[in-house]
Write a new protein. Structure first.
Length: 291
């Protein structure tokens, strides 16, 4: 008969196993270890499945405010650190855009390959104005291998018309994404969210105002500052209180030193300024010149 520290397990009519208390503890530990193994194993499988979810093709939001006359540089990125792409060799998609009366492709049939698929790439762009659509494609050259990971694949730019009203919303969306590896096998890539931008109100900062052009090294010039700089096609016109033109600034020049076109110092007074884009008056105001 087994002692209290032992237990008899009958497997069949002829077979008996006697387990001591120490054996039962050892078995429990082994079972616990097995449970840990399976838990970690299936957990790892779940994580692996998540990492194998389709990578996305997304657009990176441009920095800064969008102003009329600006260039929108759209950067397209594939994959991410948590959802990388495996063996990408070629990629194509359609880019849709809105507000076509105020925006157009900067170079309709030209696209720049991003560094992820470089070097040795072919690229393709076709603008269909009637559909507000640009078809874009990029591929590594024959004989190259597919790329693994994530990164920038395509760069494409749009021009916002100078007459675009403040508040105009311009939206871009990706459709019909197709991707392949180096042997032609399809790679699942999904389209990321749409990107919408609004034309912001133009502001030109003018200062210091008043200014003191007495060549003492302080406040000797008045500066016209705009986010992104003064476009070269703009003109800044300085006039006296009678409306006579004193000085014109062209080609992005944005500082006035208080002198006329002949570099003669102007008298202390109140002066007017106009900022023009062709026939359009972008901004106007008053300057104070003090000596």
């Amino acid at each position: 008969m087994a002692s209290n520290s032992e237990r008899v397990i009958t497997m069949s009519r002829h077979t008996k196993f006697i387990f001591s208390r120490a054996s039962r503890v050892s078995m429990a530990r082994s079972l616990f270890s097995a449970m840990l193994f399976f838990t970690s194993h299936f957990g790892a499988q779940s994580s692996f499945a998540q990492s194998n979810a389709p990578a996305a093709l997304t657009m990176q939001r441009p920095e800064g405010r969008l102003l009329a006359g600006d260039i929108i540089r759209l950067s397209f990125n594939v994959g991410s650190a948590s959802q990388p792409v495996a063996g990408l060799f070629s990629l194509s998609f359609e880019l849709k855009y809105t507000a076509k009366q105020f925006v157009r492709p900067l170079t309709p049939d030209q696209v720049v390959s991003g560094p992820f698929l470089e070097p040795n790439t072919y690229n393709f762009a076709r603008h269909e104005a009637a559909r507000n659509t640009v078809s874009l494609a990029v591929s590594r050259k024959l004989g190259a291998s597919g790329q693994y990971g994530f990164g920038e694949v395509v760069i494409y730019s749009f021009e916002v018309f100078p007459e675009a009203p403040v508040g105009t919303e311009i939206c871009f969306s990706v459709e019909n994404v197709s991707a392949n590896d180096s042997v032609g096998k399809a790679i699942p890539i999904v389209a990321g969210p749409a990107l919408c931008l609004k034309v912001a109100e133009l502001t030109v900062e003018v200062g210091p105002n008043p200014f003191t052009p007495n060549e003492d090294g302080r406040n000797d010039q008045i500066e016209f500052k705009r986010e992104g700089g003064i476009p070269p096609e703009w003109a800044i016109v300085i006039m006296d209180r009678e409306g006579r033109v004193v000085r014109r600034l062209f080609n992005g020049e944005n500082k006035w030193n208080g002198r006329d076109e002949q570099q003669c110092a102007m008298l202390p007074d109140v002066y007017l300024y106009l900022i023009q884009n062709g026939e359009e008056v972008v901004a106007r105001g008053v300057l104070g010149l003090v000596r």
